[in-house]
Design a protein around this ligand. Structure first.
Ligand SMILES: *Cc1c(COP(=O)(O)O)cnc(C)c1O
Length: 443
């Protein structure tokens, strides 16, 4: 494709496609990369230039682009049964997927409700929690608690338990009121976890009998800027939720599927299971929209009745889409077959090694890592205006596709890291940093 054709494609896109999470008035400054194809961790633009997909295309891609195994599963399903409604019908891919997920939780979360994207899974968990209490006669339990800077999606219900100002502020007048409690973000110091748990206890005590559920992102609050905390926090919240009879919703849409080091991040708390787990993003390996809510026998049983209205009458048109389920089964089969978690441990060690020099970079603070997520913050005095946009643009020239959040630079790559790619990533990040933040010791 000629340069002129490429610019035409960009112009047509800006005219007809309303891009997500984008101020369209700025989009001309940062024109969308016209991507022609993907292979492994690489994306190729229409001129054949390559970019390493360091953010796994918004955290969805686990095993690279156009993975042959996942593609084969989808193609086979496509020729057999692309989709059928899941009310009144069932199909092997959905059943298999629910059974696999149940097994992964040792049967603790043995019931799976299907949806299509992350935000709808969050909506479902909130509704299910409220309705489960109501079915038990506890009609007052209809309040939700969420964490400072937590992110759970951008539909009206999910946004109500999201505390990220850029996404939320404009819509605040529309939103249900939730209680926002302190985040356990380790960057705030060693006392922060205890403070966060004390704040949660304060709210649960004050609203005793009124809270339906607490929703958290276990181990990493991703959209907050990869704010990380220790597994001991999970133990603390599980105990508080038990004490105050509040459901615990673990939103594992970003941190699930091996991203944090275990299949479910919550497992690292070694304190049993949440009452609900939401999954999406990585579950279909970055191929098709799919989300799931897993829950317990106790929640399931509270809907079991002769009365239709006591059931969970929620649905989406593409609920349990067979193609997406086939992709997810291929992903989970890979976990069963290929020791993905053990390999990820090696890969995260390679990333840690490659990025260790940043510990001594005077421009950088809070270098941190949890499994296959590595992040650092640029000190404010080095970041300057529009840092994320400038860094993103600079990185394109170093064959790197990356989108910082504020002044947090993070890598959430596909699970395809070897010594060479780790070294490449470090070089490209450092070069981009030097382009936009001056060489080290510059200030
Ligand atoms: C991305 C995300 C969501 C929303 O998922 P969508 O598919 O974008 O609606 C919800 N919760 C968390 C933790 C996420 O990272």
């Amino acid at each position: 494709m000629s340069l002129q054709e490429q610019q035409q494609l960009q112009a047509r896109s800006l005219a007809a496609v309303w891009h997500p999470c984008t101020q369209m008035a700025r989009a001309a400054v940062v024109p969308p990369l016209p991507i022609a194809r993907g292979e492994g961790p690489w994306l190729f633009d229409v001129e054949g230039r390559r970019y390493f997909d360091a953010n796994s295309s918004w955290w969805v891609n686990l095993f690279g682009h156009a993975d042959a195994g996942i593609n084969a599963a989808i193609k086979q399903q496509l020729d057999t049964l692309p989709h059928v409604m899941l009310a009144g019908c069932t199909h092997e891919p959905a059943v298999q997927l629910a059974e696999r997920l149940s097994l992964l939780t040792g049967g603790a979360l043995g019931h799976t409700f299907f949806a299509s994207d992350g935000a709808s899974a969050v909506e479902i968990a909130l509704k299910m929690s409220f309705h489960a209490w109501r079915n038990r006669g506890l009609n007052d339990k209809r309040e939700f608690v969420c964490l400072r800077h937590g992110y759970h999606g951008e539909t009206i219900g999910a946004l109500a338990v999201t505390d990220v100002a850029v996404f939320r502020d404009a819509y605040d007048p529309l939103l249900m009121r939730a209680h926002v409690v302190e985040s356990p973000d380790s960057r705030l110091g060693p006392q922060q976890e205890a403070l966060a748990l004390a704040d949660l206890r304060r709210v649960l005590e004050a609203r005793r009998g009124f809270v339906a559920a607490l929703i958290i992102e276990p181990l990493v609050q991703c959209a907050a800027g990869m704010a990380m905390h220790e597994p001991s926090y999970l133990k603390g919240v599980r105990a508080l939720c038990d004490e105050f009879e509040v459901h615990l919703i673990a939103d594992e849409i970003a941190v699930g599927c091996g991203r944090s080091g275990s299949f479910f991040a919550f497992e690292q708390g070694e304190c049993g299971w949440p009452d609900f787990v939401t999954l999406s993003k990585g579950i279909s390996g970055g191929t098709l929209p799919l989300s799931l809510v897993l829950t317990t026998e106790a929640v399931f049983q509270s809907f079991w009745s002769d009365e239709v209205a006591r059931g969970f009458l929620h649905s989406h048109s593409y609920t349990g889409n067979a193609l997406a389920c086939a992709a997810a089964n291929a992903v989970l089969a890979r976990f069963e077959r290929e020791q993905v978690l053990a390999k990820n441990r090696e890969q995260s060690a390679l990333l840690a090694q490659a990025f260790a020099p940043l510990q001594h970079d005077p421009r950088v603070e809070h270098l941190r890592q949890r499994g296959m997520i590595l992040a650092f913050d640029l000190k404010p005095e080095f970041a300057g205006e529009r840092f994320a946009e400038r860094f993103h643009l600079a990185a394109r020239a170093h064959e790197l596709l990356i989108r910082p959040i504020g002044r947090t630079v993070y890598l959430m790559p596909p699970y395809l890291i070897d010594a060479d790619t780790a070294a490449f990533l470090f070089k490209a990040v450092l070069a981009s940093l030097n382009d936009v933040a001056g060489a080290p010791h510059a200030a």
